[in-house]
Design a protein around this ligand. Sequence first.
Ligand code: SLL
Length: 210
Amino acid sequence: MTSIKRMKGLSLARPIIYGNSATPLNGKKGGDADHTHRWTISVRGVNNEDISYFIRKVAFKLHDTYDNPNRVIEKPPFEVTETGWGEFDIIIKIHFNPISGEKPLTLYHHLKLHPYEEDGLGNPWPKQKPVTSYSYDEIVFNEPIDSFYAILQENTTSNVPLKKTPHHQFSLQAEQEEVERLDKALKTTAQEIVRYREKCKRLEAELATK
Ligand code: SLL
């Protein structure tokens, strides 16, 4: 029997994008008469590249109102397209290449059908524009088994681009902008807390004199 050797002190990450897009059926024939949307849930590479060298299969657990709610996708694209009427949490279980010896990874995604918002320019959401909800994540393999490490090294998956493009929701630039937005929000919150504390003090002092 060959012995399992781990790459001590090494870790490698592979990025994935998971989530859903949805379009309204607008009365068009979908599935059942009460279905309002067609949607697709997927797990994919940043540039839609083949990720099957490290992901063996993906199990999507849908709401129990669906027939066969456990959908196991054995080859890429790792996605499920359905029609339906409601939003719910999808459990995504990622099974890795068996060579890796890694335990499956479970992710959760809230299926989004409705925009609940304007298009960002203050206009109502365009009727036929797909609604999307995607998350970016990096799967980290700590001290991988040597044979799996070799596979990871042979198949480099592209990383997020530096700059934002219409085709890339996730980029280093977008990440940086989010960090700046969060910093600003933290500062504003801290200022508001100071302002409210002072107001409380003022009001308490006012009460004490009455
Ligand atoms: C809700 N808590 O009430 C959620 C459940 C379930 C959505 C949403 C089933 C489609 C079918 C479907 O769309 N379920 O009948 O096959 O909004």
